[in-house]
Unconditional design. Structure first.
Ligand SMILES: Nc1ncnc2c1ncn2[C@@H]1O[C@H](COP(=O)(O)OP(=O)(O)OP(=O)(O)O)[C@@H](O)[C@H]1O
Ligand SMILES: [Mg+2]
Length: 348
């Protein structure tokens, strides 16, 4: 079905037109205004979505060379995220649904990241081990189909993306920190400093990144009075990046081994990290596994992944299942919302 999908859970306003796994447009507007605050300011984010959403809607239709009259369903991210931001997208979606009498598919943002690898590579088979590494979440799932997956592990505190962002802030490098550290790390030596790889050997699939941030903070205080010389910044970036990536790779590949699954998908903003990509690809090749990363555009927050998943739900349940406009939005984090047991997709 020709689905118009809306994503506004954090600081990207995105609208995509997707038919099955064919992306006709995927317009993304990032809110750079937050960089001067060192993190996303929720109220500024909601207002920016409100300002941009109509223009993105028209641009997306134009780029797809289609019109709203041709759209068969609306999809929208309704959780998790910043409530004010989610509500802008949800209300825009409800308005379109009412005006054009279209079914509306409320869709989970993290599920969008989980399945983005399947959008990227239609030859990828179930079952798969999926790892979502983003600004708000770090988690591993066993994925059996488009409507069934099981949570194997979660971060107990900070997400990997948060660690990149906070460490970048401590170094005075700016926000978002992940891409900056990634770029600087290419010029540095990853063995120069040894930062903790918390829970590396914990025999489960949980993560913890808050200790790394704290240890990095004390390291800077103790050794450089919070002012490290410029020439060692690339070494610090490379060392901290390898501490994060080593744990991610260890956990996701161990899960694949334990569950006897050779397909691995890695999604979410941190999956754009070049060292994570290189190391995972090399390990997969060595171990005869298949690892799929979404393209850089599909790894960041984008509406195409939401439209793709909505298409799968529509195919499975039919459009009559999606005529209920009374859905709400939820800020729920993965930790609160996804107990470690079998669970069925949120709308099924
Ligand atoms: N090349 C990179 N290396 C490491 N981290 C990166 C890279 N590019 C982006 N990131 C990180 O990705 C995060 C943003 O990802 P994403 O937009 O998926 O998160 P979010 O949507 O805010 O959170 P969630 O998806 O958990 O709700 C930021 O923390 C950013 O620093
Ligand atoms: Mg995200």
């Amino acid at each position: 079905m020709l689905v118009l999908a809306i994503e506004s859970s954090c600081d990207e306003t995105s609208i995509a037109i997707v038919n099955e796994n064919k992306i006709l447009s995927n317009v993304i507007s990032s809110q750079f205004v937050h960089s001067k605050y060192g993190g996303v300011v929720p109220e500024i984010a909601s207002r920016a979505h409100l300002r941009m959403i109509n223009e993105i809607f028209h641009t997306s239709l134009r780029e797809a060379e289609t019109s709203i009259e041709d759209i068969e369903a609306i999809a929208v991210t309704n959780q998790p995220g910043l409530l004010g931001s989610l509500i802008v997208g949800a209300n825009f979606a409800k308005g379109l649904s009412l005006k054009y009498n279209l079914p509306i598919v409320p869709t989970d943002h993290i599920e969008g990241h989980i399945y983005s690898g399947f959008l990227q590579d239609p030859t990828l088979d179930f079952p798969a081990i999926a790892m979502v590494v983003s600004g708000g979440h770090t988690a591993i799932f066993q994925v059996d189909s488009y409507n069934h997956y099981k949570t194997l592990g979660l971060t107990r505190d900070d997400a990997a993306g948060e660690a990149f962002d906070k460490i970048s802030k401590l170094l005075g490098l700016g926000y978002p920190g992940g891409p900056i550290i990634d770029r600087l790390a290419k010029l540095g030596n990853q063995t120069a400093y040894n930062f903790p790889r918390t829970m590396y050997n914990s025999n489960d699939y949980d993560f913890s990144f808050s200790g790394l941030k704290t240890s990095f903070k004390y390291f800077l205080e103790k050794n450089f009075d919070n002012n490290p010389p410029k020439d060692i910044i690339p070494d610090l970036a490379a060392s901290v990046q390898s501490a994060i990536v080593d744990v991610l790779i260890k956990k996701v590949f161990t899960a694949a081994d334990e569950y006897g699954i050779s397909n691995i998908v890695i999604g979410g903003g941190v999956s754009a990290n070049s060292y994570l990509r290189e190391q995972s690809m090399a390990k997969a090749q060595k171990e005869n596994k298949k690892v799929v990363f979404p393209s850089l555009t599909l790894s960041m927050d984008n509406a195409a992944m939401i439209g793709f998943l909505a298409n799968k739900k529509l195919a499975e349940l039919g459009e009559v299942a999606f005529r209920n406009l009374s859905f709400t939005c939820s800020a729920n984090s993965l930790r609160a919302k996804y107990p470690k047991k079998n669970r069925v997709n949120s709308t099924l």
